[in-house]
Every structure is written in C-alpha cells, then in structure tokens.
Design a protein around this ligand. Structure first.
Ligand SMILES: Cc1ncc(COP(=O)(O)O)c(C=O)c1O
Length: 434
C-alpha cells in the first residue's frame, strides 16, 4: 500500500471479485446507432433506452466525471482518500505555485471575476495584450492571440483560415478540437497516417495546385506522448507549398529549450508557420493561444468565430498564465526536472513489462486492451492509491484501451517509486505482466 493510501481518511475499499465480461453489444457507438435510425418525432427517444452508463455505474466500473475532493498537485483526494496523482496535465505543478496563485488573486481584486464580453467588444483588457506579447517573445514569433480555451483556439484558427478553396490536412491522431475546427471550416479535410511524413507527402501530392493547404499536427500527441516527426514534416510541407500549424498543447513547458515546445525541441522554430498552445496544462490556468505572423493573426482575430462570439479569458486566468510564464522563464530547471522524472516514470513502467507505445515524454500510455479490462485496471489502481485516466473507445480504437498516465515536475522520486510498486502489484494480479 502506498503512503498516500495509508494516510487515507477511509479504509481502502476492497475490489469486488472479477466481473463477468460485458455483452459485446454495449459499445456507445452501437447503442447510439441503434436509436439514431428509429422512427420517432421525439428527439429524446434515442436517450430512453440508452442504459450503458447506468449499467457500468451499477457494476462499479464507470470511470468518468469522478469528482476530486481536493487537488494538491502530485497528490489529490478522491472519495475521501488520498491518492498519488498520475493523471494530470498540470505538468509543471504550477497550479499551487505561490506566485501564480497570488497573481490570480490580485487580478480578481483589480478587474473583478469576469469581463462578461468578447475580446472584440467589451472583453479585452491590457492583461490579454501583455500575455500575447509575452507568449510571442517566449516562442520567438511575431505575435500571439489569446482565446478563452485551447479548444476554441483550434476552432477559430482553422475555421478562419480554411475556406472553400482550401484543404486542411490532419494527422489521423490529431486532437478532437482540430477535427472540430476542420469540420467548422468550409474547406475539405484530408487525413494522413499517424506521424507518417511519407504518407503526408502522398496526400499533399494529390491536392490540385490551385488549392491552399494547411497541414495540422499535434507537437506531442496527447494520448501516446509521442513527438511529431517535425524534421520530415517541415520538409514535406515546404516541398508542396503547404503551411504548417502545430498544436503544442502538451509540448509547451514539456519539451524544447526551457519548455518552448516541439519546434524548439528540433531547432525548427523558423519552419513552423503557426503554433497553438493552451494555458490549461503546463501554464496552470485555462485558455489558449495561437502564435505566428501578425497579419495572419489579425485575420483570425476578425474571422475566428470562437473568438468573436464567446466571452474573453477571465482576468484571473490571464494573470495566472502570465505568472506561470514568469516561473518557466525564471526557473527553467523545473522543465528539466519534469523531463528527468518523465524518463524515470516511462522507463519504470516499461521495465515492469507494460507496453508504453512510442512515448518520448512524461505522458505515458499503458496499453491494456478491451474497454472493460482497462476500466477494471484503472479502478484497482485507484483503490490502491494511484490516480490515472482510462481512455477507451470511441476516444481510441475499440479494444485498444489505455491508461493515460503522466508525471509532474513536483512529484518526488519516492512517489514515482510508490506508484510503480502499485502498478507492478495490480499488473501482476490482473495478468498484464509477470
Ligand atoms: C492536443 C490538444 N489540443 C487542444 C486541446 C484543447 O485545450 P483546452 O483544454 O485548453 O480547451 C487539448 C486539450 O485536451 C489538447 O490535448
């Protein structure tokens, strides 16, 4: 049992005896399809017989929307029990950093809790512009534009640029917000095989010359923790005259010089046209940004619907992101610590015998298999004091469930060793490792 579990407010719950396999017809897709086609005027009709969630809850294997009682960073409390947090995007652990907390508090005192309007009208404050300037300097780009979430950043950026005579070319494993942005756009969407620059080359070669092209990749893939093959991708884009947009949501603060992301990691900052990031991960806040040429951002600012028709980032979140940037710039050693602990965590899981895919970062997927096996493993880890995130169909392919794990710069080596012990014990018990 871990230290965290020993200090729990409640005795550890015992895991019930192995559960019977779930019937094969309970995947969300199939259940939804079954009712989509039904002949009813009532739009709620499909909902009535959708019982998958209740059934999973009754079996004790429903893993989503689990409220934390508290979140201290490397440890959290859930259902009254302390757990080691290995499922957070708070990679640098800055959500509790005194400078960040104080900046958010001061901003509320000065500006109030919300700007109650879009950036376009009454929602802009000088803090937004200060943050934009700071990000542009940090990433060595001409300018930056701040949105209310990372999701909205992708929606606004892609839909503003990809018009009727354009094509968005996306990696198969790009984040949902990229797909949604491409859907909102008027142009065509084409996909290429995950991180396969040769296939990208083939896809680009088929696009007629009169069409404008935006290639969009994640810098660090949010589920696999693998890094985009930018050296090959930038060359392919250049050869075909395509612009490149990199989603660095999981790369800022994590890889590159002082946490400057994927282009910096490869020394290719000049060869990436647009970079987006979020404040909701290493930057300890919420919100998003896109950085690139000022003229292009002016366009996005006036045609990105998610910027124009949604209220701006609250002052406290803006100030928290600014303060987190201060910390990253003044204490770059925290990024190095994250990278060092990430290696310890990844190699620890791998040497226990778990399949961790192609992760090269502190985001480490533990590949488990079918949906049920994945949630049972997740639950037993939690029972033993380790918090992780189960990712199952439709977020990944059917029967390719993973536990998405990640470590933080604020974990101790001892906490990593404790969590690895729990993984070893649960993994052996459930027959995933020997
Ligand atoms: C790769 C990627 N892009 C964009 C986003 C959206 O960011 P946000 O949570 O700030 O809306 C996420 C969030 O999970 C992400 O993982």
């Amino acid at each position: 049992m871990t230290e965290a579990a020993k200090h729990s407010a409640e005795p550890a719950r015992t895991v019930p005896a192995p559960l019977p396999p779930l019937p094969p017809d309970v995947s969300i897709e199939r259940v939804r399809d079954r009712f989509d086609g039904q002949d009813s005027r009532d739009i709620f009709a499909k909902v009535v017989e959708f019982t998958l969630i209740e059934r999973a809850q009754a079996l004790g294997v429903y893993p989503f929307f689990q409220p934390l009682d508290n979140n201290d960073g490397p440890e959290a409390q859930i259902h009254g029990r302390r757990v080691l947090m290995f499922g957070s995007n708070n990679y640098l652990g800055l959500t509790r950093h005194p400078h960040v907390v104080e900046a958010a508090r001061e901003a509320i005192t000065r500006y109030g809790t919300s700007m109650t309007g879009s950036r376009l009208l009454n929602g802009s404050i000088l803090l937004h512009e200060e943050l934009e300037g700071r990000i542009a300097r940090f990433l060595r780009k001409d300018a930056a534009l701040v949105f209310t979430t990372g999701y909205q950043t992708n929606l606004g950026t892609i839909s503003a640029l990809v018009d009727k005579r354009s094509v968005a070319v996306v990696d198969k494993l790009d984040h949902a917000s990229i797909y949604d942005g491409a859907q909102l756009a008027d142009g065509e969407i084409l996909r290429f095989k995950h991180n396969d620059a040769r296939h990208l080359d083939t896809v680009l070669a088929r696009i007629p010359q009169h069409k404008a092209v935006l290639v969009i990749v994640d810098g660090v893939y949010s589920m696999g923790g693998d890094i985009a093959d930018l050296p090959a991708i930038v060359d392919v884009c250049a050869r075909h005259g395509a612009r490149l947009f990199v989603d660095d949501a999981h790369a800022i603060g994590v890889i590159g010089e002082g946490g400057r992301g994927t282009a910096s990691h490869f020394g290719l900052e000049d060869r990436v046209d647009l970079v987006m990031g979020t404040f909701s991960k290493s930057l300890a806040s919420i919100g998003g940004f896109v950085a690139g040429p000022r003229k292009v951002l002016e366009w996005i600012k006036h045609f990105g619907r998610s910027m124009m028709f949604s209220a701006s980032l609250p002052p406290s979140c803006t100030a928290a992101a600014l303060a987190a940037l201060d910390v990253i710039e003044n204490e770059p050693e925290i990024v190095e610590r994250l990278q060092k602990l990430g290696t310890l965590w990844r190699e620890g899981l791998s040497s226990l015998g778990f399949a961790v895919g192609n992760s090269q970062t502190p985001i480490v997927p533990v590949q488990l298999g079918d949906e049920y096996t994945t949630v049972v493993f997740w639950r037993e880890l939690l029972e033993n004091g380790v918090y992780t995130n189960p990712v199952i169909y439709p977020a990944v392919n059917m029967k390719e469930g993973i536990l998405r794990t990640s470590c933080m710069a604020t974990h101790t080596e001892e906490q990593i060793a404790q969590a690895l012990e729990v993984f070893r014990d649960v993994g052996r018990k459930q027959g995933h490792i020997s």
